[in-house]
Design a protein around this ligand. Sequence first.
Ligand code: AKG
Ligand code: FE2
Length: 512
Amino acid sequence: MTPQLLAPLSVQQHLLFLDELVPDADRASAYARFCNELWTRLQQQGVSVLELGSDEEFSAFARALETCTVFFSADEPVKQGAQSAVPGEGYAVRPGKELLAVRPGAPAWGSGRSRTQHAALQKASSRADRLCRGLLCALCRSPGLDVHSGRVLGLLDDAPLLGQASASLLRCARYSPDPHAAQLLAFAPHHDRGVLTLVASAQEQGLQVQLPQQGQGAGAGAGAWVDVPLGPGRVAVLCGYSLSYALGGLLQPALHRVRPVAVAGGGSAGGSAATAGGGRVSLAYELCFRPNACVDPAAITQGAAEQLPAAAAAAGEGGAASRPALLTSALMERFEATHPVSINGGVRVKQAQPGANTPAAAAVAARRQREENGTAAGDEAPVAKRGRRCGGPAADEQAGSAAAAPSALSQPAPAGGGDNGGQMEAAAEGQHGDSRINIIVMDLDGSEVHFQVKQTTQLQRVVDAYCSKKGVDVTTLRFINKGCRFNPYLTVGQLALQDGDIIDCVPAQVGN
Ligand SMILES: O=C(O)CCC(=O)C(=O)O
Ligand SMILES: [Fe+2]
């Protein structure tokens, strides 16, 4: 039987923001209960669902979702990537997904419609920010954790920000019910990089979380994917990588994903959505530490509830002592290095032109056919396959072992050239070294560079050859396979690439 999440936790303003007040005994103990429940659920389920109730302050975030939904119902589609409130921050999005993103405090840019959207998103982000900070404070004060909240809250940007963009980010996404996208996860399994993420959606189903597999929280159903029950007035709270690190691993970051979005009438998430054009609209607020904050797990958890460090160490996480103090910027580099995080889930598949009879077109068509066959209907099997490669525990292990083997970098760079990126002659011939396949690196404009590779070819060689052909620095681009970033030190064989597979190439960016 699929495990169920506990019923939503009801939030009342006086419980969260009673700091300055002198609480009476009843309210104080109700607050302590709320704090502890929040902590326990994040530990045991990886998520806590909140019922915001009718309170003006809290329901404002949920109401902002309605406003944002309207943006997506206009005749003119939201131009992907162009709506970021910070000039120059582009977002690569999967087909069928529209994304509006704003950092609290970022000055408005653009005109007309963009400005209206910006103002609404800014308002939503400030509500979400207050709620998120209140929840973070409650979490620290949980008798189960008992960390001085100032040690964590002090790592955030000052609020409100004046004329300066925060590190935190509000994302409003619409996953359209595109028939092709309907066979794919709308958002591949991933960890969020920030502290806490709030997610609201008018659709009850869609967001799923994996129940913790290790640590204190692991219990019945560990590792199972469960639906997070959202819908009007509800918000999911998820622990991100930064908070997990800051707490010395006492909380695990939540691995989450969004189920495929079916065309209207289908059984998947969003099929019966009441949003314009169907699909699923969600609002996610990711609270982040400011870039120059020093995140020191040992100092933060010093004196925390005594049994916790021992429990973390017993679970093999090493605890706070083994996690060095890092600037947030360094922590984010660590996140990037250890999380082949999906950007937006899904697979970019270029449609073969009708009548095109080139080997490349045939390869693309074959690839598309495989995707369609392999990911039809039920999402469990393909998810498991994808999860191993992108963001699941095994992928993390792969990233870790690659980092521990720098000799992999010493192989000579291949020569690339022309539309055909060239043949990748692997320096080390393994026993599978003979079978050559074609892989295609495709940029956002759809232009392709083809590489002939062996099973033993490291992807890093393809990446290097592509960047040198394009004359760009490798750090300015991100490479994605099946919607997920991959460990470039793995070989074609290890990544199970097949003839005609496409590696998407997108500009390096902020956000997930
Ligand atoms: O759309 C959703 O429900 C989840 C979005 C999400 O996970 C994110 O923006 O990080
Ligand atoms: Fe997320």
